[in-house]
Design a protein around this ligand. Structure first.
Ligand SMILES: O=C(O)CCC(=O)C(=O)O
Ligand SMILES: [Fe+2]
Length: 319
């Protein structure tokens, strides 16, 4: 890899505060009332039976972490990275492709984010919202993660669609960047097939956040995402990752974030969120997040209308 090919590092620390101020005063379009017309209806029949094929799984311990960020689960039982195939049926992938392609109208652009993107997708798509709240889907993702999950409490970071494509000559190109996510449990679903684009590799740093060095790519690994609908699960706040710029074609991905309702802890920070959404939009959502984190797990499952997912249930995985 040459220096040109290297991904830059997304701002951390004080850089985030500057980005937050930028996001606050920039005119990035906000997806407020762009609900799409949808023919497709979510049903758990759109999940492949008896469960997805999961490969290349690595725990946080295998990545080099010694202490668990979860109060109830050992560091060796929390998934850091897992490649997920055949989670969705071809019908589900086709429906997600159609919905996400239509939502590009609501996408915002800015010169520091990694792609064009639409945030807060569950407020715009009844299909994706129903999928996120479905017990079957949440159970499948919980089994991959190693902990029971609910959708992330805040709407904007809960779901976003990324659109990667080269910009016309003369315009600043999209940039891929090494970063960690604000959220812990993140499913990155790539809706384009590998044949639809060049570049666009999903890189992960095979080590802890402390051992990351953007100038040294020897620890970088490329995830095997080939078929449309293949996904990479990551413990987003503890795994450095990034998508390399797309040089030809188009790459579209749906990134979903979850929360474990049995943990009061959450890694997200106000400035991480504000660097994406601006300070004004973050304040009410942030208050809601802190409030939700102190609710019982039973309450959090009841809010989305499903019977609680238990730790025991995760053991009896399908495949
Ligand atoms: O588009 C992807 O596959 C993942 C991008 C990413 O890391 C993010 O949106 O946080
Ligand atoms: Fe990310």
């Amino acid at each position: 890899m040459t220096d040109i090919d290297r991904l830059p590092l997304f701002d951390r620390g004080i850089g985030r505060v500057k980005l937050a101020l930028n996001a606050t005063f920039s005119a990035t379009p906000r997806p407020t009332s762009r609900r799409v017309e949808e023919e497709a209806r979510w049903s758990d029949d759109l999940l492949c039976q008896p469960g997805p094929l999961v490969s290349d799984t690595r725990t946080l311990e295998a990545l080099g972490y010694h202490t668990s960020p979860h109060p109830r689960i050992a560091v060796g039982a929390l998934t850091a990275v897992a490649c997920v195939h055949r989670l969705f049926t071809p019908d589900a992938v086709a429906a997600l492709q159609t919905i996400c392609a239509r939502l590009e109208d609501a996408a915002g652009d800015s010169d520091w984010i990694i792609s064009r993107r639409t945030r807060g997708v569950t407020a715009l798509s009844p299909f994706i919202n129903a999928m996120m709240n479905s017990r079957g889907f949440l159970l499948a993702v919980s089994r991959i993660a190693g902990v029971p999950l609910v959708p992330y409490p805040m709407c904007n970071p809960r779901s976003q669609i990324n659109y990667f494509h080269p910009k016309p000559a003369g315009q600043p190109q999209q940039r891929g960047m090494w970063h960690t996510d604000g959220t812990n449990y993140v499913l990155n679903i790539v809706l384009s097939g590998a044949a639809d684009y060049t570049g666009g590799e999903f890189l992960i740093h095979n080590g802890t956040v402390d051992t990351f060095d953007a100038g040294d790519d020897r620890s970088a690994e490329t995830a095997r995402l080939v078929e449309p609908g293949d996904a990479l699960f990551i413990y987003g706040s503890r795994v450095f990752h990034g998508v390399r710029p797309v040089t030809t074609g188009r790459r579209m991905s749906l990134v979903l974030s979850f929360h474990c309702p049995y943990a009061r802890e959450d890694s997200n920070t106000f400035w991480h969120l504000a660097s994406d959404d601006g300070i004004a939009a973050t304040v009410p959502d942030w208050a809601r997040l802190r409030w939700t984190l102190h609710q019982s797990s039973a309450r959090q499952f009841a809010r989305i209308g499903i019977t609680p997912i238990t730790f025991e249930e995760l053991q009896s995985a399908g495949r």
